[in-house]
Design a binder for this molecule. Sequence first.
Ligand code: DGL
Length: 269
Amino acid sequence: MNSNPIGIFDSGAGGLSVLKEIARQCPAESVIYMADTAHCPYGGKPQAEVEERARRITEFMLSQGCKLIVVACNTATAAAIAALRADYQVPFVGMEPAVKPASAHSQTRSIGVLATAGTLKGQHYVSTSQRYAADVNICIQAGEGLVELVETNRADSPEAEALLTKYLQPMVEQHIDQLVLGCTHYPFLVNTMERVLPAGVEIIDPAPSVARQCLRMLELHRLQAPVGATPTYAFHSSGTIDTLQQMALAHVLPMNKQIRASFHANTQV
Ligand code: DGL
């Protein structure tokens, strides 16, 4: 048993889509969430810069006693998780592009992947696609501008609908029946995506399977919090806290009324 917190980070509020599932599946666990708002978005940044941010955040999490770290960001997973695992003792859980289940479920043998440019360039995405989706047509699209819409509370706006129409229409023309969300910000755009996509296209959010992996790792390393423990969640941002706080209140805290939450702006990492 271990009551220390789990560390979870993303470039911004996107990782809350993963935290929401962790809150549901691991209700006794405490959490330190870090949104690197001052450096968001990561998607177009050079790999070395994203890796450096991931190292600094990892060191902050370790200074806070985190027992396991969830890289709740596809871009940072692609850029940094191998280096983090090599250099730090703590167990890490990263994001997996859900190309494997999408390919397994596709009837039309055509799937879409929407992710950041950094994720699509990463070796992890390329090898997963080659391994699990060699026999399906994959329509890939970098979702430039989408993270910014989520971070500025415009996920349901006409701009979001226009941008998603531009990105998803070519996929619809290629008869996709599965859409993989390859960025943790994108689950917050699902309502708008559903307005753009025809009925029958399944949208795959990897968060539930990442939370299951987190649970497995806690068990494997015997790091679970005692059953019935009261969880505390500390939400940090390296910049302003407004969006993070608003989205945490709307999407994460309703998952468990026991959570004691605190919010911290301008955390230096
Ligand atoms: N939510 C992140 C991801 O999954 C970060 C996107 C970004 O900052 O560009 O990739």
